[in-house]
Design a protein around this ligand. Structure first.
Ligand SMILES: [Fe+2]
Length: 347
């Protein structure tokens, strides 16, 4: 299995993974051989890329923390919470079950790294984003040795961090133009709007409301809404801030094209101590794949290759399979590969 940008997806390619839409409905099943109409549909929904099976990468297994079905269930739940709230006790119960499933999966896969490449539709960005932020936050929390109660607060807050956006018009959120001052003021109110909505309607631990309110605070005090800094900001909100920024940078948004995981990792490193808690940045660097398994990279000898396996301590030197002949190169330990470097991700 490998990640293929949509610009290179064509008729006859076989899906490597179930594909869900932003409502959590199964759109296309794994192993489906795409026809022209289906390729067009994926393009028009705004998927930047998908996972496919092909002969070259049939031996590539992508270790994943969360099964696609659980991801679909979480998407459906978040979608429901954003759109209608007819039965809040039931929605809260449903959310708590999903949170426990996410925590179980994260605890069972503590050694697995965050390998996700963007598979969001354009219009349903917020739902996909909420689920990704929850998974990455839970992984970071587990890596910080949080207990299950703490992980439940963190994962709940992360799933709900942007729920205040339900009060902001979609055409403002999706605007491809600079916002007016009025619109900008409305957008920056989403943490407070989400905080009030949750506090008035749900029955969570107080830290959940607090963390939703403070997920745009910066470690150096440069964020909003309260301009808190350092440990004054709850640990949960500091983790969500980091996961939120990483996922947004690597996503296609109305106002920017995605950047590669390696560039996003550089951004995070450059902002340690400014936007982000520097200790959390260290944890993050241990959990994130700079070159995710199944992604394509370009090599200094002119070839391209697909990433097979990452090494936590040698993030820049993964095991790869080079095109066109399929040579397996372990950049960490193959002596004859010492001169080969990865130039970057091919997107
Ligand atoms: Fe936000």
């Amino acid at each position: 299995m490998r990640y293929m940008p949509m610009t290179r997806v064509g008729k006859g390619m076989m899906l490597g993974q179930d594909i869900y839409d932003g409502k959590g409905e199964l759109l296309f099943p794994k192993h489906l051989q795409l026809d022209n109409g289906q390729v067009q549909e994926l393009l028009s929904l705004g998927f930047p890329g998908i996972y496919i099976e092909d002969e070259f990468t049939e031996d590539v297994r992508i270790p994943q923390v969360i099964r696609p079905e659980l991801r679909g269930k979480a998407l459906k739940m978040v979608h429901g919470l954003f759109l209608d709230n007819k039965n809040i006790p039931m929605e809260q119960h449903n959310l708590q079950e999903i949170v426990l499933d996410v925590i179980d999966a994260v605890m069972e896969n503590k050694e697995v790294m965050y390998n996700m490449l963007d598979i969001k539709t354009y219009s349903d960005y917020t739902y996909f984003h909420s689920v990704n932020v929850a998974v990455l936050s839970a992984m970071l929390g587990a890596a910080c040795n949080m207990n299950r109660e703490e992980l439940a607060i963190l994962t709940t807050s992360a799933l709900l961090h942007d729920v205040g956006k339900r009060f902001v018009d979609a055409d403002v959120l999706n605007a491809r133009r600079p916002l007016t001052e009025e619109e900008r003021i409305l957008v920056v109110q989403h943490p407070k709007l989400g905080y009030e909505f949750l506090r008035d309607n749900f029955n969570f631990e107080p830290e959940v409301y607090e963390s939703v309110l403070e997920h745009h605070e910066w470690y150096n005090g440069g964020g909003y809404p309260m301009r808190k800094s350092g440990p004054e900001i709850p640990i949960y909100a500091r983790i969500i801030k980091l996961a939120d920024t990483y996922d947004a940078l690597t996503s296609r948004l109305p106002y920017h094209e995605p950047i590669s995981p390696s560039e996003a990792v550089e951004y995070v490193m450059a902002n340690a101590g400014a936007e982000f808690d520097p200790e959390l940045v260290d944890v993050f660097l241990n959990k994130i794949s700079v070159y995710p398994v199944g992604s394509e990279v370009s090599l200094s000898d002119g070839r391209t290759a697909v990433v097979l396996e990452n090494y936590r301590e040698f993030m820049l030197r993964p095991k790869i399979k080079a095109a066109p002949d399929g040579e397996i190169i372990d950049l960490k330990s193959d002596r004859e590969a010492r001169n080969i470097t990865i130039l970057g991700s091919v997107v």
